[in-house]
Design a protein around this ligand. Sequence first.
Ligand code: MRU
Length: 337
Amino acid sequence: MKQTDYFSVKFENDKLVFTDQTRLPLEEVFVETDNYERIAEAIERLEIRGAPLIGIAAAYALALAVKNEKQDVKGKFEKAYQRLSQTRPTAVNLFNVMAEVKETFNGLNEYSNAYDVLLNKAKEIHKKDEEYCEKIGMNGLAIFKTKSVVLTHCNTGKFATGGIGTAFGIIKTAYDKGLVSFVYADETRPLLQGSRLTAFELEKSGIPFALQTDSSAAVLMKQKKIDLVITGADRIALNGDSANKIGTYNLAMLSFHHDIPFYIAAPSTTIDRTIATGDEIKIEYRDKSELLTINGKQIAPSHYDAFTPAFDVTPAHLITGIITEEGVFNFPYNFIQ
Ligand code: MRU
């Protein structure tokens, strides 16, 4: 197995160290901070991104929010909690993980050791996600009937999780076992998580790949060049409707039309146990400048209007299977409340 030498986040010397993903792949810039506000900004700007990873970063941020605090520790925790809740609305991992940290905070009898307790909790959450990724990778092996060509969308690897990734983790595990021959990676407009991050991770893992515009998937499928599609998810409803990066729904429709299996891979922390269907998922809309500029360079007049959803919802019946750390689930989905 090829060694990978990059990371998304790590906690060292009482600071969160993260790779600024907006600068990749041309520059590897690392940021070190013990300021929860800086972490909130990083999540908003997508310096730290991907559903599981923003949850992990928020857990560390909540611990840092109470570091060295002696007065009104509860008020300071609440302030940070509110701030981090406002960063990005769609990925439920952020909210699930923060609720877990809050439960730990609420269980404290006194606050003198609040930082240590919350930091241990954040580390536990990080470790758990790493383990979930490994299990997802192994569980995903079951979907390969032959050595396959896989199409994927957005970034679901180390840059999106606390471990090897979800959809990416399956691709990597399957490649290492000789079950993947080639990967087509959607560039993933507008922020290019595919061409900037997934390609970086594929190259580091030694997996042969080609980039393509998001709109090339239909041609590839018609030419019978794709055996299966695997993507991640940001929020999964109890009936299996799944929100993921804008363009995922298109891929699921195209897969359905061409009779190609379409899979979602995600840890169980991505399941929103409070919603019955995808209609209840709040979709984030991004600033139109992300469409009208590329790397800060204007590509269309700034007065143009733009339609900017960051995510779409794929209806459950288009999803062949959902792979979690618990196994492979098939339609119809009935996740437990
Ligand atoms: O806007 P992003 O880059 O945070 O969107 C990320 C995605 O849509 C991923 O596919 C999803 O979070 C799954 S990551 C394992």
